[in-house]
Ligand binder design. Structure first.
Ligand SMILES: C[S@@+](CC[C@H](N)C(=O)[O-])C[C@H]1O[C@@H](n2cnc3c(N)ncnc32)[C@H](O)[C@@H]1O
Length: 337
């Protein structure tokens, strides 16, 4: 495994290199995927399909181990999360003790941690791995052991991260969780971030912020279509959008603000649909992710930041009052005023 570890380390060093732009990292993202899928002999079970083994929790969907493994194929997402997480670790390193990372929803590759174990020593950083699926933890630990990196793992726990109580002597310096879907719907990111960060308010959170904005967009102007034989840099699309305003931000400041709220909803913003509304526009939610510092994911960078159509009958002049609804299908909803 020595050569493989060196290969992984080279990939990670490139991902962490601030001189490289995300689009320059596509070869590294592909190489990372090839390494992990080869090491773990990744296969989709022909009987069960990719969703086999998923769990519908009271707080949302915990995706299946296979789907979680396939997140490595979201190339920009993966490199952005590894870079942002690496920057947060680098900032937190101190001479007194290893930085403690709580990784909630590690999946079968512990993908946002294993690569970083090759560039930071176990004296610099240790990880507690959590997942609701024991199979994810078993697969992740098998991989970590085969790479000789188990010294970096402080604990490995099969628990629900929305209810997990952090021991007082194990407060993390960094909390990492990518348990989300576009516009924070369906998966339990909000519940997990809220539960864990409220117990360790000093911790850095990865992602640092997820924001959702309402917008009217003209679908015909979202992309530039070029001939199949076109060679060269694609021109930027001239999008035709009307931004209506931010409606929700998941970050440390809001998690603090929500401390006193114990119902099944969180407050969100209100927007007004302009009058008149031209028929080419459709209401959408846009998701932006600040992974950490300057490392962000914007429109269309990955499945988590695709514009999401707002359903329902929305008319010109309507005022939409949004709220975040917890539950087994959590999501941003609105009432029309
Ligand atoms: C989107 S995958 C991410 C996998 C990996 N961290 C990555 O970024 O590639 C989410 C993982 O979180 C786990 N998960 C979802 N909800 C959870 C919860 N409430 N508690 C613990 N684990 C959870 C799922 O089982 C899945 O392995």
């Amino acid at each position: 495994m020595k050569n493989s570890l060196d290969e992984l380390k080279n990939i990670v060093q490139a991902i962490l290199n601030p001189e490289k732009q995300p689009k320059d990292l596509l070869p590294e993202a592909h190489a990372l995927r090839d390494l992990f899928e080869t090491w773990t002999n990744f296969q989709i079970d022909p009987d069960g399909g990719i969703g086999a083994g998923e769990t519908r929790l009271d707080s949302g969907l915990a995706i299946s181990p296979t789907t979680a493994a396939m997140c490595i194929r979201e190339l920009f997402r993966t490199t952005a999360f590894i870079r942002g997480h690496g920057d947060a670790i680098r900032e937190a390193i101190n001479p007194d003790r290893p930085v403690r990372v709580l990784y909630a929803g590690c999946g079968p590759y512990a993908l946002l941690a294993v690569p970083l174990m090759t560039v930071f020593s176990k004296e610099q950083v240790v990880f507690t791995l959590l997942d609701i699926h024991q199979q994810c933890l078993d697969d992740a630990m098998k991989l970590i052991q085969s790479l000789g990196l188990s010294g970096h793992v402080e604990e490995c726990l099969c628990v629900d991260a929305t209810t997990y109580r952090i021991p007082t002597d194990k407060k993390p310096d960094i909390i990492v969780s990518e348990t989300m879907s576009v516009a924070l719907h369906n998966e339990p990111q909000v519940s997990i971030a809220r539960n864990l960060l409220s117990q360790a308010p000093e911790a850095k959170m990865i992602p640092q912020q997820v924001s959702v904005e309402a917008c009217l967009l003209n679908g015909a102007k979202e992309h530039v279509f070029m001939p199949a034989d076109f060679v060269g840099e694609f021109p930027e699309p001239e999008r035709d959008r009307i931004y209506l305003g931010k409606i929700f931000e998941l970050d440390a400041a809001n998690i603090k603000r929500w401390e006193e709220i114990d119902g099944d909803r969180l407050p969100a913003g209100k927007v007004k649909i302009p009058l008149p509304l031209e028929t080419r526009y459709r209401p959408h939610l846009l998701t932006k992710i600040t992974v950490y510092g300057e490392t962000c994911l914007d429109d269309y960078d990955c499945s988590l930041t695709m514009p999401k159509r707002l359903r329902g009958e929305i008319k010109e002049g309507d005022e939409l009052q949004f709220y975040y609804q917890f539950g087994n299908h959590p999501e941003l909803r609105y009432k029309t005023a």
